[in-house]
Design a binder for this molecule. Structure first.
Ligand code: CA
Length: 613
């Protein structure tokens, strides 16, 4: 009832037309981030003088911009208690005083020390519009422009949060422990909104996906299953229809040339000491596309807004991690401050950033405490990055014959650069994501090549990330359009003729893929040595890659044979890791191998994952 009361006060106040937004809409007591910058938006609100009569809360500053519709209130909440307090806005004359009630909630006890995802996890990536439609009634909504049209490859198809919740047991059965959903906050652009990277209100879940409480419920349902939730966060840009973009708080809220100029996407300019200033500026400050104005993280008001918004979602929805879109496109210093503020609030949290670069040196530059970045006195504070160089190799390697430069030696060479990464276990490993060609398109549906690729990402160092639908052989061609690599999961919609969420609904091939994936990742989930053990690998000979994951308690030998023909390996070469082990059991076939003959045979285009005894 108390909450309802506060809500009614706000509603009745808003009804007078003076204040339309107060953000963050509430906060919590006992936060590390206890110097809150409250943004108040309303017609000519800057003419008012705010004040707070509360012995434990100090209004330390009031900031005004050239736009009279905004006020920024700096509050010192270090001594504040849980509960509500009043903020008065006064001026001389008619409508001389308004009051709003602001709430500081009680934090969850374990909030500060929440542990983020790590290398014991397997991440399952979905696009919620394309996964499952749990609530056909929200497919279109009066308050947002784009309506559902499932026949349009780039349109909205109706998938939503309830659809995801309905299939969490399916995701768990696959051996995944963590869900990464692409963004869910309001994207009220005119079209192409299904991907939701052009957000228009970052305190509100898009009504076509559900409500803020539905999102909180998604996290809760995952936690009940001992699973985790990663939010996809966009620091670089908003949608051009964002209500604040339409009435900019200040000219420099977004990067202007003036207005739009496109990014050149050359992220190397962020650290290239030979780069011209103009190239670097257009990379960082240029807009990702015309419909996505580029946020200026150099402006402290913007930076604070983004920091508080991210913390608000972590605390509100009880998140286990963030994935940050276009991480390396933001202002370098700004994005580092943003990342540090969040990890200062949650020291054990994890954040993975999209730094889509083409060398290990360039990618590792963006990971926290990089010695390469330290050459330039730079530190992102970003705990986790993505192994895009491995991903690039995996797009073709299983079609390659062995040469000096091609075949499994390319995979091997990727891992020879691991020393550059400050924390190699905190790196995403993946074949594909929602922006790349699908694995079954690359390999034309070849089951054996899929299995080799999955074996590799399941057993090498890092955090495996799998993309929805590959476990049932979904294809899709990026050359047709991004929508084609984001097709609807069969069975996600009422009336679908096939339902691949159930064993009975899968074809024999789909079931083979699903069963393999599930067995592999469920084993990985329970095998510590794969999470944190050392990796020792051997130079591939004739397109066969051999490596070991090992710690004091356990050793696992992985053999990936990328030839069509069976291969027999002499084992003497691997004595360094085989030590006194005499036998082993293959995780996939459950076949037992006697190692005493000092040789082992591996069939063409298959792998062995041998737990040594
Ligand atoms: Ca729906």
């Amino acid at each position: 009832m108390k909450k309802l009361g506060a809500l009614l006060i706000l509603v009745s106040f808003f009804a007078q037309g003076q204040i339309k937004h107060v953000e963050p809409p509430f906060w919590w007591a006992d936060m590390n981030h206890n110097q809150l910058e409250l943004m108040v938006y309303g017609d000519n609100i800057s003419q008012y003088t705010p004040s707070i009569e509360n012995g434990k809360i100090t209004l330390t500053d009031v900031k005004r911009t050239e736009n009279p519709n905004y006020l920024f209130l700096d509050l010192d909440l270090a001594k504040a208690d849980v509960g509500t307090f009043k903020i008065d806005f006064s001026k001389k004359g008619k409508h001389g005083k308004y009051t709003i009630t602001y709430e500081l909630k009680q934090r969850n006890e374990a909030s500060k020390n929440r542990k983020g995802f790590d290398s014991s996890d397997v991440v399952y990536l979905i696009m919620p519009d394309r996964f499952s439609n749990g609530n056909p009634n929200n497919d279109s909504n009066l308050n947002v422009t784009e309506k559902a049209n499932r026949s349009d490859i780039g349109g909205r198809h109706g998938g939503d949060i309830q659809g995801v919740i309905n299939h969490l047991d399916y995701i768990k059965e696959l051996g995944a422990t963590t869900l990464w959903s692409t963004p869910l906050l309001e994207d009220n652009q005119d079209r192409g909104t299904y991907h939701t990277y052009a957000q228009t209100d970052v305190y509100k879940v898009d009504p076509r996906f559900g409500t803020n409480n539905d999102y909180k419920n998604l996290a809760s349902e995952l936690h009940k299953r001992d699973m985790k939730l990663i939010m996809d966060y966009v620091t670089n840009h908003w949608g051009s229809n964002h209500w604040m973009i339409k009435d900019l708080p200040t000219y420099s809220w977004v990067n202007q040339f003036p207005g739009y100029a496109n990014s050149n996407y050359r992220m190397t300019t962020q650290y290239d000491t030979n780069a011209s200033k103009i190239d670097a500026k257009y990379c960082m400050d240029g807009w990702f596309v015309r419909e996505m104005p580029d946020l200026n993280q150099r402006n402290p008001l913007v930076l604070n807004y983004l920091i508080q918004n991210a913390i608000w979602w972590i605390e509100f929805a009880n998140l286990d991690g963030l994935r940050v879109d276009t991480y390396s496109y933001g202002d370098k210093e700004g994005i580092a401050k943003w990342t540090k503020a969040i990890t200062d609030e949650y020291p054990n949290f994890n954040i993975v950033g999209e730094a889509w670069l083409y060398t290990s040196a360039a990618i590792s530059y963006w990971q926290k405490d990089s010695k390469i970045a330290a050459i330039q006195n730079y530190n992102t504070y970003l705990p986790s990055v993505m192994d895009f160089t491995l991903q690039e190799v995996l797009t073709s390697v299983f079609n390659q014959k062995a040469t000096w430069k091609e075949g499994m030696v390319r995979v091997y060479e990727n891992f020879t650069n691991d020393f550059m990464y400050p924390n190699i276990n905190n790196v995403f490993v993946f074949i594909e994501n929602h922006d790349t060609q699908r694995v079954h398109q690359l390999y034309n549906g070849a089951i054996d090549k899929y299995k080799l690729a999955m074996t590799l990402i399941a057993t090498t160092r890092g955090i495996p990330q799998i993309y929805y639908g590959s476990e049932i052989g979904m294809k899709g061609d990026k050359n047709v359009g991004d929508g084609d690599i984001r097709r609807d999961f069969p069975g996600g919609w009422d009336g679908d003729t096939k339902n691949a969420f159930t064993k009975a609904g899968r074809t024999a091939k789909q079931q083979e893929l699903f069963a393999f994936t599930s067995k592999l990742f469920t084993w990985r989930k329970n095998t510590d040595v794969i999470h944190t053990g050392e990796l020792t690998h051997y130079i591939p000979e004739n397109n066969v890659y051999v490596y070991f994951r090992h710690n004091a308690k356990k050793t696992v030998m992985v053999i990936i044979n990328n030839n069509q023909e069976s291969q027999t390996l002499k084992l003497d070469r691997f004595a360094e890791n085989l030590k006194d082990f005499r036998s082993g059991k293959d995780v996939l076939s459950e076949g037992v191998f006697d190692l005493s003959p000092k040789k082992i045979s591996v069939k063409g285009k298959t792998s062995l994952i041998i737990e040594l005894h």
